[in-house]
Each structure stands twice: as structure tokens, then as C-alpha cells.
Design a protein around this ligand. Structure first.
Ligand code: HEM
Length: 512
């Protein structure tokens, strides 16, 4: 009798040999250089996942600007030359952006297929997003957010705020609380009859529910990368129950009891009811998608913007001055007697210093990956070369390579508050590589048709947040020489990376 371990060992070795001889893809002529990785199925997944930026830089050095890696069963062709980014948009006819998004969304949120071809809904989700987050629809969103931010910063936590008294807090926790509560109220409205001014205990109950939703959001968000990678949510008991609680909160029957719901959520409820065969739970899951999309990147982007402002006296001075001038020009005055300040979209659009600060903070922390799936075999034509791509392969961009390229951004790891300002103090749009002007130099929101539909709202809400904290509060770090936290790489590929650790800071009301 052979011991069982010997038999199993032989089976594993034979499988590896078969994989090596038959399962490994061989590079065909006209295709980019190929790295299969050492592990069956996973390929290079573990090395890529550990640090995508370092992984891609090393391959770029070895193979040149275009190369293919096997990652978790998929063949991904990486385009790393920023001059080739536009070709991804030009080849839209051969490349599908929806397939990957739809599949990732269904895996992470657990709803049925949102691909109209599969027959569960005929809603064009992307169209709904564009229609309700951009153009004229942006104005009421901005207006409501400005009010909600002040309510959350000043009123919702009034008990703690007294002029001259410092409050010590964690910066990321503070940004998460304020942005989550204000964003939640802006998209999903307020409970009927719980006006901001009336009925305090109802208000407090509403606040407790939203902060509870924030805890569930954080629990679910922690394992989001694992879900996108294909692991089933059942493996994560706490996150599973947290997602179910978020769904409970966003059931249509609960939403009908809320007032001032955004156009996005109102329209989505109508389309869920009229164009889909989703059951109540699945409808709620599609709203969890909106909650996650509207918060997961905005919260860390807000943290990094405020962190760099507090850490850089020059940035603090320029930002405070711009905020002061904007309020003066708008005839707005800070007061602590319950009258909120308001700035319209045009006034917010005319704040180039805050724009530059937000862009720079996002440049330093963004690690999104733009992904397209080949609909058929085709030839990808770049400026000087062309490559054959096989059906169902993935073509991908990893813009962090460009954001950290010292040829484009001198001292790329240093925060420079005015990096995106030209000599006239206006938005700078001329960035160069190899002496040539770049068309794409800043890409945290994706590219082409699939570009983030919420990007305009995101920048406005962060700008509103900064305007308000700079107007109402004095802020400082507990440790004056605080080091810049590292980027938490566990979310690499998905958007803005949160800090590896939180930062102690204190704030107090400015006396007007
Ligand atoms: C700093 C903040 C944000 C960043 C960096 C960001 C980034 C992104 C990226 C990279 C994508 C994928 C684009 C692609 O595949 O090419 C995306 C998609 C999306 N984002 Fe954002 N986003 C932000 C804020 C927001 C906000 C505030 C909303 C509001 C609801 C939002 C809604 C969405 C939606 C709905 C999609 C999916 C679009 C679709 O599949 O049609 N995002 N975002």
C-alpha cells in the first residue's frame, strides 16, 4: 500500500506538469510579451496583489511599455505608456466596459444581473447615473450637500462644540463621519417629519441609525477587494451581516418614508419598480451600490485633502485666503447662530486653489485600474506599434504609474499644493513627457465612456467640506511633526487608497 500523502503528492505534481505542458498560454506572433506566472490559475495574482505599482514597474523595465500577465485566470494586457492611453478609448468598438463592471457589481453586492441582455432589468444604469449626477441635476445635489454638511458639522453634534474648547479626534474618522452622514442625507433624504430644526429626539435617532450604517459600510468595505476578486461573501460572516443590514436600511418600503430623496435614488426606485423583475431585497442591493460608490472613494479623498492642508502651512494659507475671498464676494458671513452659508455651483467652480489641492491629494492617493474586455480577436493599434489581442482578454491601464512618473510630476511623492496651478493662478493643463504635451495626465476617475459619473459631484462635495472646515474651525495635529501615513494597498486597483493609520488632530470653533 502507498501512503495517501504520496498518492496525493504524485497527483499534484502530475497536474502541475499537465498545466505546464498544456494549460500555459504560449505567446503568438504579434502579441505582447507574456508572463504566465508560476502558479496554475493564479498566475501572477499574488505578486500583483501585493504591490501593483512595483509589480508593473518591474515588468515595464523587463518587457517595455506593453506586456501581458496572467492574473487569476485572466490574461491582462497592460498599456503603460501614457501616450497609448487614448487608444483604449479609440478602440471602443472592440472593447467592452460593461461586462467587467456588471460582473464585479453582481459579485460584490449580490444582486441579479444588471445587464439588460440577461432580462432581469431593461434599465441602462449608466444612463441613469449620468442623467441624475451631471448637468442641471448637479445643482440641487450641491445645494443639499452644503446644507447637510453644515447640519452635520455644527448642529448634529452641537452638544460637543463650544467656542474655545478643543475637541480631539482622529482625522480619518472625522472625515468619514461627516462625509458619510451628509452624503447619506443628500442621496437618501431625511426621515419624514424629522426636520433639521425640530424634534430633537427623532433627529438623534436618525443620526444614530446613519452612524450605525457607517459601521456596517466600513465592515463591508473592508472585504470589498476580496469580493471583486471572486471570493463568496459567505466566507466573511461579519461583512455578510453588515451588507444585509445596509440592504434592510435601503428597502423601498423604508425609502418611501423619507423626504427630499435625491433625483438619482428617486429615479432608480421608479426604474426598479417598472423595468426590473428584482425582488425587494435585490432592489435594495442596487441602492447599496449607490451608497458604496458615493462614499468609498470620496471619504479617503477628503481625508487626504484635509491632511495635506493641515500639514502644509503654505497650502493652509492659500486655501484659507481663497475661501475668505470667495465668501466675501458671495456676501456670505460665518455665524454661529444657526444661519448656514451657501455657495452656488459657479462660485464653487471659481476656487482654483482648492481645486489644485484636491487634485494633488487625489494624484498621490489614487490607484484605480481601468479595465476593458476584448469583444473579439482584434489588432490594437498604438502610436508606433500594434498588438494582436484575443477575444475575452483584458486590456488595462494603471494610471498610478503615470501619476508617480517623475518626468511628468517632478518630485512625484511630494505634496505641492499649487502643482495644478499655472503662473496666473489658474488651472494648469500642460504636462509633458519626453518633451511632448500629454493628453491624459490625471486619471483617477477612469477614462472614456465609463468615466466615473459622480466625479463632478465628488470634487464639489470635497470642496464644500474644505470650505466649511476652514471657515468654522481652527485645526491642528496633536503631533506637529506627524509623518505622512502610508497608503493602504489592500484596495489597490479599486480607487482612492485610505491611510494605513489614522492621525490624531484637534479642532475648535473659530469665533467669528
Ligand atoms: C474621489 C471620489 C471618486 C473617485 C476617485 C471615483 C472613481 C471612480 C472610478 C475609477 C470608476 C470606474 C470608472 C471606469 O471603470 O473607467 C467609478 C465609477 C462610478 N462612480 Fe465614482 N468615484 C468617486 C466618487 C463618486 C461619487 C461621489 C459618486 C456618486 C454617486 C460616484 C458614482 C460612481 C458610479 C455610479 C460608478 C459606476 C459607473 C457605471 O458603471 O456606469 N463616484 N468611480
Amino acid at each position: 500500500m502507498f501512503p495517501a500523502s504520496l498518492i496525493w503528492g504524485t497527483v499534484v505534481i502530475l497536474c502541475c506538469c499537465f498545466w505546464f505542458l498544456l494549460g500555459k498560454r504560449r505567446r503568438r506572433s504579434g502579441e505582447p510579451p507574456l508572463e504566465n506566472g508560476l502558479l496554475p490559475y493564479l498566475g501572477c495574482a499574488l505578486q500583483f496583489g501585493a504591490n501593483p505599482l512595483e509589480f508593473l514597474r518591474a515588468r515595464q523595465k523587463r518587457y517595455g511599455c506593453v506586456f501581458t500577465c496572467k492574473v487569476a485566470g485572466k490574461y491582462i494586457h497592460f498599456l503603460t505608456d501614457p501616450f497609448s492611453y487614448h487608444s483604449l478609448i479609440r478602440h471602443g468598438k472592440h472593447l467592452d466596459w460593461k461586462k467587467f463592471h456588471f460582473a464585479a457589481s453582481a459579485k460584490a453586492f449580490g444582486h441579479g444581473s444588471i445587464d439588460p441582455n440577461d432580462g432581469k432589468t431593461s434599465e441602462d444604469f449608466h444612463h441613469t447615473f449620468i442623467k441624475t449626477l451631471q448637468g442641471n441635476a448637479l445643482n440641487p445635489l450641491i445645494e443639499t450637500m452644503m446644507e447637510n454638511l453644515q447640519y452635520v458639522m455644527l448642529q448634529s453634534s452641537t452638544s460637543k462644540l463650544h467656542p474655545n474648547d478643543w475637541i480631539t479626534d482622529k482625522l480619518h474618522a472625522f472625515c468619514s463621519r461627516v462625509m458619510f452622514e451628509a452624503g447619506f442625507l443628500t442621496f437618501f433624504g431625511t426621515e419624514l417629519n424629522s426636520n433639521h430644526d425640530e424634534n430633537l429626539s427623532k433627529q438623534e435617532m436618525e443620526r444614530a441609525r446613519i452612524l450605525n450604517a457607517l459601521e456596517n459600510f466600513k465592515e463591508f468595505d473592508k472585504i470589498f477587494p476580496a469580493l471583486v476578486a471572486g471570493l463568496p461573501i459567505h466566507m466573511f460572516k461579519n461583512a455578510h451581516s453588515a451588507r444585509a443590514k445596509l440592504e434592510q436600511e435601503l428597502l423601498h418600503e423604508k425609502l418611501y418614508k423619507r423626504d427630499n430623496i435625491s433625483e438619482l435614488v428617486t429615479l432608480r426606485m421608479f426604474l426598479n419598480d417598472t423595468l426590473s423583475t428584482f425582488d425587494d431585497k435585490e432592489k435594495a442591493k442596487t441602492h447599496v451600490v449607490i451608497l458604496w460608490a458615493s462614499q468609498s472613494n470620496t471619504i479617503p479623498a477628503t481625508f487626504w485633502s484635509l491632511f495635506h492642508i493641515i500639514r502644509n502651512p503654505e497650502a493652509m494659507k492659500a486655501a484659507t485666503e481663497e475661501v475668505k475671498n470667495t465668501l466675501e464676494d458671495a456676501g456670505e458671513k460665518i455665524s454661529l447662530d444657526g444661519k448656514y452659508i451657501s455657495l452656488n455651483r459657479k462660485q464653487l467652480d471659481n476656487m482654483p486653489v482648492l481645486d489644485s489641492i484636491i487634485k494633488e491629494a487625489i494624484r498621490l492617493s489614487s490607484a484605480s485600474m481601468t479595465v476593458r474586455v476584448a469583444k473579439e480577436d482584434f489588432t490594437l493599434c498604438l502610436e508606433n506599434d500594434s498588438y494582436n489581442i484575443r477575444k475575452n482578454d483584458i486590456v488595462a491601464l494603471y494610471p498610478q504609474l503615470m501619476h508617480f512618473d517623475p518626468e511628468i510630476y517632478a518630485d512625484p511623492l511630494i505634496f505641492k499644493y499649487d502643482r495644478f496651478l499655472n503662473e496666473n493662478g489658474e488651472e494648469k493643463t500642460a504636462f509633458y513627457h519626453s518633451g511632448r504635451k500629454l493628453r491624459h495626465y490625471y486619471m483617477p476617475f477612469g477614462a472614456g465612456i465609463a468615466k466615473c459619473p459622480g466625479r463632478l459631484f465628488a470634487v464639489h462635495e470635497i470642496k464644500q467640506f474644505l470650505t466649511l472646515v476652514l471657515s468654522y474651525f481652527e485645526m491642528e495635529f496633536v503631533d506637529n511633526d506627524v509623518a505622512c501615513p502610508s497608503l493602504d494597498q489592500s484596495r489597490a486597483g479599486l480607487g482612492i487608497l485610505p491611510p494605513g493609520n489614522d492621525i490624531d488632530f484637534r479642532y475648535r470653533l473659530k469665533c467669528p
